[in-house]
Ligand binder design. Structure first.
Ligand code: UDP
Length: 459
C-alpha cells in the first residue's frame, strides 16, 4: 500500500515564543511519526499577510505590551468583552478576509496548492480562517454550504486563555488543562469537539525519564514511546528507540556545573523579561547566607534569554564562596538545564511550566503577563508543585525553605511529575494526522464514486 500523504497549514503569529514553539513541536512530531508523509507550512499570517499597520505589526506591538503589562491587560480584557469580541471579528472580516484568503489558497513555501488541512495555534486564527474556508470550500456559491477542509485548534496557553481561542465551528479543539476544557465548553465548543492531552512542547521534553528523582516520569503512560510507535507500525517501532536521558550528575558535568549541589535555575522567559537581575541577586545572596549558616554549597544557574544587560551584570558579580553561579544568555538546551536543577524560578509562561513539570521541577513563579498567564499560577499552585510571588526577596526565602526540607521538595517533585504530560505533543500529532488521512481518503472515495457515476451515465 502507498503511504498516505497530505499537507497541513499551521496558522499562528509570533506574539511571544510559544506559538511558533508549539507549531515546530507538532511539525517535528509529524516528521518523527510519519516521515516524508506530511508536509507542514507554518505561517505567521498577521506579519506576512496583514494588510497594513498595526495588523502586520502585532509582533513588535506585543513585545512592547509585554514590557508594560498594564497596556497588555487593557488590550486583553477589553478584547474579551462581548463588544471587544464583536469589534475584533468585524475588523478582521473587513481588513483581513481577502489578504488572509490569499495566504490560505496559495500558501507560502513549496506548496503551491491549498493545504489539505488547517491547524491554528494562535487565539486570533480561528474566526477569520474558518470563514475563509467556508467561502473557498463552497466554490464561491454560498458560505452557508459549508466547509470541507478539516480545521483544528491547538491551544498553546495552559491555565487561562483568551475567548477567541474557542470557536464552536472547529472540528477539534485540543486543550491542555481542565481549566481550558471548561473555558472551551463555556464558549459553546461541544465536549465531542474537545480533546485534552496537554501542551505541545519541544522534542527534548517528549520522553523524559526523570533524572531528577531517578523515577520514570512516565509511570502513568508506561513506556509511552514504545506504545505510540507500536500503534503506528503494527507492533514494531519504525524509529530508533529514543535515548534514555543521562543521569543528572553527568548532565551537570557536561554543562560545566558542579555535581550534586542543590541547584536553583532562574529563567526569565524567552526574552529574559521579568526582573531577572533582582531575582538572581536576591537568590544568590540568600543561598550564600544559607551556605554560610549550614556549611553547604549551593548552585544557581541564571538563564537570561535575550536580555544581554542582565547577562553582563550578573556575570561580573562576585557571589561568595558558598554559592556557585553560572550565568547564561539564551540557551537552546533548556531540557538539559532543567534536568540538572532541583528548583526553577520562572515567569509563568505556559511552555516553561509544562517543561518544568516534565522534569519534575518545583516552580517558583516570579511574574506573569496579565490575561492568559494569570491562570498559570492557579495551575501550578492547585497541582501542588509551586507558588507565586512577585517579590525577589520572598522568592529567595521561599526557595530556601524548599531546599531546607527534602520531604517538601520531593512531594513537590512528585506533584510536578503528576501534572506533566510528556506524551501530549505526539498524541496531538497522531490525532491531527488521523483527521488529515481520513479527509484525504474521503476525497479519493468521492472522486471514485463520481467517476463510476459518470461511467454509468455514459453507458
Ligand atoms: N527558552 C529557551 N531558552 C532560553 C529561555 C527560554 O529555549 O534561553 C524557552 C523555554 O524553554 C520555553 C520558552 O522559551 O520553551 C518560553 O515559553 P513560555 O511559554 O514559557 O513563555 P513566552 O516566552 O512564550 O511568553
Amino acid at each position: 500500500f502507498a503511504k498516505e500523504t497530505g499537507t497541513i497549514q499551521i496558522l499562528m503569529s509570533d506574539t511571544g515564543g510559544g506559538h511558533r514553539a508549539s507549531a515546530n513541536a507538532l511539525r517535528d512530531a509529524f516528521d518523527e511519526l510519519y516521515p516524508g508523509q506530511i508536509e507542514v507550512d507554518i505561517v505567521d499570517i498577521f506579519t506576512e499577510y496583514g494588510p497594513f499597520w498595526p495588523i502586520n505589526a502585532f509582533v513588535p506591538i506585543y513585545k512592547i505590551m509585554a514590557t508594560y503589562p498594564i497596556l497588555w491587560q487593557i488590550t486583553y480584557e477589553s478584547g474579551a468583552t462581548p463588544l471587544g469580541l464583536w469589534f475584533n471579528e468585524l475588523m478582521l472580516e473587513i481588513f483581513c478576509f481577502e489578504p488572509f484568503k490569499e495566504c490560505m489558497v496559495r500558501p507560502s513555501g513549496s506548496t503551491e496548492k491549498r493545504a489539505d488541512m488547517v491547524v491554528s495555534v494562535h487565539p486570533l486564527t480561528q474566526d477569520i480562517p474558518l470563514k475563509i474556508l467556508n467561502d473557498v470550500d463552497s466554490n464561491g456559491k454560498s458560505r452557508k454550504e459549508g466547509r470541507t477542509t478539516p480545521f483544528a485548534t491547538v491551544v498553546t496557553d495552559l491555565g487561562g486563555a483568551h475567548p477567541t481561542w474557542f470557536n464552536p465551528g472547529v472540528d477539534k479543539c485540543f486543550v491542555p488543562s481542565d481549566a481550558l476544557n471548561k473555558a472551551a465548553r463555556d464558549r459553546g465548543v461541544q465536549s465531542e469537539q474537545i480533546v485534552q492531552y496537554g501542551l505541545p512542547i519541544r522534542k527534548g521534553f517528549w520522553a523524559d525519564r526523570g533524572t531528577n528523582t531517578g523515577k520514570s516520569t512516565n509511570a502513568q503512560n508506561g513506556n509511552f514511546f514504545e506504545d505510540l510507535f507500536a500503534g503506528l507500525t503494527g507492533g514494531k517501532s519504525n524509529t530508533e528507540t529514543p535515548k534514555v536521558s543521562s543521569p543528572k550528575s553527568s548532565l551537570q558535568t557536561k554543562l560545566g556545573l558542579k555535581e550534586n549541589l542543590p541547584t536553583v535555575l532562574i529563567v526569565g522567559g524567552g526574552d529574559g523579561m521579568g526582573g531577572i537581575i533582582k531575582q538572581a541577586n536576591a537568590m544568590g545572596e540568600k543561598l550564600a547566607q544559607k551556605g554560610a549558616e549550614d556549611g553547604n554549597t549551593y548552585q544557581m544557574v541564571v538563564v537570561c534569554g535575550k536580555n544581554e544587560q542582565a547577562q553582563n551584570d550578573l556575570s561580573s558579580k562576585e557571589w561568595g564562596e558558598n554559592v556557585s553561579v553560572v550565568v547564561n544568555g539564551f540557551v537552546n538546551n533548556m531540557d538539559e538545564w532543567m534536568r540538572s536543577s532541583d528548583v526553577i524560578v520562572t515567569k509563568a509562561g505556559p511552555g516553561s511550566i509544562a517543561e518544568a513539570s516534565i522534569c519534575g521541577l518545583p516552580c517558583m513563579l516570579s511574574s506573569y503577563l496579565p490575561g492568559q498567564e494569570f491562570g498559570n499560577i492557579a495551575f501550578v499552585e492547585e497541582n501542588g508543585f509551586g507558588k507565586y510571588s512577585g517579590d525577589p526577596q520572598k522568592i529567595a526565602d521561599e526557595v530556601s525553605t524548599w531546599l531546607s526540607s527534602p520531604d517538601m521538595l520531593s512531594t513537590m517533585q512528585a506533584a510536578a511529575l503528576e501534572a506533566a504530560r510528556p506524551s501530549a505533543t505526539v498524541e496531538i500529532a497522531k490525532d491531527l494526522a488521523a483527521m488529515l488521512f481520513e479527509h484525504k481518503k474521503s476525497l479519493t472515495q468521492n472522486a471514485e464514486t463520481s467517476e463510476e457515476k459518470k461511467e454509468l451515465v455514459s453507458q
